[in-house]
Ligand binder design. Structure first.
Ligand code: F6R
Ligand code: MG
Ligand code: MG
Length: 371
C-alpha cells in the first residue's frame, strides 16, 4: 500500500549577502539546525535547505498534509531564527519578507512563498523543484504550459499513451482571488487568454485528468499582500516527472528558450529568465538577470534522495548565452519601456512616491473636445 506524503517548499528572503545578490552560509546552517530538530521530533520526514539568490528555501517532506499549521509554524520560526542571524551579521534587508509580527496559523499571506502537494509516492518518484529569484509569481505560466500542453515541447503528449489524454490546469486570479480549471488540449485557447497575462493570472497547479497532482507553484504576490513594493515574489514550483507525467527532459526543455519575465532591478524591469546551476544563482548584473535553478530529487519513503543540479549541464549553455544577449539589448533601453515595466504594473514599486511628489506641478491643458 503506497503511503501519502506531503512535499512543502516554503521560501522567504530574510536577508541578502551582499545586497540582494545571494545568501550567507550562516542562514543555511541555522535553517538546517532547526529542520534537523523537527526531523528528530518526527514532525517532518526529511528536509533539504538551499537558496536561490537572496531567497532561503526550505524543502520538507512530512505526513501532515497541505496548509498544516505545525509545518507552517516550523517554517515561520525558522525564518525568524535566520532573521536574527541576518541581523547579527547586518545582512541586507534582514527579515524583509516576514510581513507580520507574529505567526497566525498559515504563512500564506504573511510574506513567504509556498508550493505544496500531497500524493501517494509511486514505485519511483522523480521530482524537480524550480526556484527563481528576481521575478514574480507568473513566471511559471509559460514553462508549465509548454511542459503540460505543448506537443512541440513535450513529445509524450503525442506519442506516449499515458500523456495523450492531456492535463488539467488550475489558474488563480491573484487580484480578485478566485480560481478556475481548464482541460487541455480541449481548452488551450481559453487557457492562454488568461495565463498570457502573467501579472494577474497564475497557474497554481496541474493535474492529470483523473485528478492526480502533477505540479504546484507558489502564487503569493508580495506587493499585493504588503500593498507596496517589498521585493519580488521569487516563486517556486514543484513538478512530478516520468511515467504518467512528462519526462525529466521534457520538464526542463522550456528553459532552453529564456522567456522574458518581470522583476530584475528594483522589481521594475522586464528581463530574460536565466537557467543556472546552483552556484551561479547569484544575480549581480543590474541585480539580475532573473535566475532559475532546478533541483532534482528521487523520493524514497519520503526521503529526499538528491539533489541533482539539473541546469548544471552544457545543454543549457546556449540558453545562458541567449539570456545575456537579450539582457544586453533590453538594458540599452534604460528607463524606457518595454525594459522598464509599464505604468500600471509599477503601482507596487517605488514609482508612486515620485509621482506623488510631483502631482501638484502638473498644470491642466486646454480642453480640446468639440463644444
Ligand atoms: C529586486 C531586488 C533588488 C532591489 C534593489 C534595491 O527584486 O531585490 O533589485 O530592489 O537592489 O534595493 P533597496 O531598495 O533595498 O536598496
Ligand atoms: Mg532581498
Ligand atoms: Mg529574492
Amino acid at each position: 500500500m503506497a503511503t501519502s506524503y506531503t512535499l512543502s517548499v516554503i521560501k522567504a528572503d530574510v536577508g541578502g549577502f551582499v545586497g540582494h545578490s545571494s545568501i550567507h552560509e550562516d542562514l543555511i546552517d541555522e535553517a538546517r539546525e532547526r529542520l534537523e530538530i523537527a526531523q528528530d521530533q518526527d514532525l517532518i520526514v526529511d528536509y533539504h535547505v538551499t537558496a536561490c539568490g537572496d531567497d532561503l528555501q526550505l524543502i520538507m517532506t512530512h505526513h501532515q498534509g497541505e496548509d498544516n499549521e505545525e509545518i507552517h509554524r516550523l517554517a515561520w520560526e525558522t525564518f525568524e531564527a535566520c532573521t536574527r542571524v541576518a541581523k547579527r551579521l547586518k545582512l541586507y534587508g534582514a527579515g524583509q519578507d516576514l510581513l507580520a509580527d507574529a505567526f497566525s496559523g498559515n504563512v500564506k499571506g504573511m510574506g513567504p512563498g509556498v508550493a505544496e502537494m500531497a500524493f501517494e509516492e509511486r514505485r519511483s518518484e522523480p521530482i524537480i523543484i524550480f526556484m527563481a529569484d528576481k521575478t514574480s509569481a507568473g513566471a511559471w505560466n509559460l514553462p508549465l504550459y509548454k511542459i503540460f500542453a505543448d506537443p512541440f515541447n513535450t513529445a509524450g503528449l503525442v506519442i506516449a499513451p499515458s500523456l495523450h489524454v492531456g492535463f488539467r490546469f488550475e489558474v488563480h486570479d491573484v487580484l480578485e482571488r478566485k480560481n478556475i480549471l481548464f482541460d487541455t488540449p480541449e481548452e488551450i485557447y481559453d487557457l492562454l487568454v488568461f495565463i498570457g497575462a502573467t501579472g494577474r493570472y497564475a497557474v497554481k497547479s496541474v493535474y492529470t485528468k483523473n485528478g492526480e497532482i502533477a505540479a504546484a507553484s507558489s502564487t503569493q504576490r508580495l506587493a499585493l499582500i504588503a500593498g507596496r513594493y517589498v521585493g519580488k515574489d521569487d516563486p517556486v514550483c514543484v513538478v512530478r516527472c516520468q511515467s504518467q507525467f512528462p519526462a525529466v527532459g521534457e520538464v526542463l526543455e522550456p528553459f532552453t528558450k529564456p522567456h522574458i519575465v518581470e522583476g530584475w532591478m528594483r522589481g521594475s524591469h522586464h528581463g530574460p529568465l536565466m537557467p543556472v546551476p546552483l552556484q551561479q544563482a547569484t544575480p549581480s548584473r543590474f541585480d539580475g538577470p532573473p535566475r532559475v535553478i532546478a533541483l532534482g530529487f528521487q523520493l524514497s519513503d519520503g526521503h529526499l534522495v538528491g539533489p541533482r543540479d539539473m541546469f548544471d549541464d552544457p545543454g543549457f549553455d546556449e540558453a545562458r548565452n541567449l539570456t545575456n544577449i537579450i539582457a544586453n539589448h533590453l538594458r540599452c533601453h534604460g528607463p524606457f519601456e518595454p525594459h522598464r515595466l509599464p505604468m500600471d504594473e509599477m503601482e507596487y514599486t517605488t514609482l508612486p512616491q515620485v509621482m506623488e511628489k510631483l502631482k501638484d506641478r502638473w498644470q491642466p491643458l486646454p480642453d480640446l473636445t468639440p463644444a
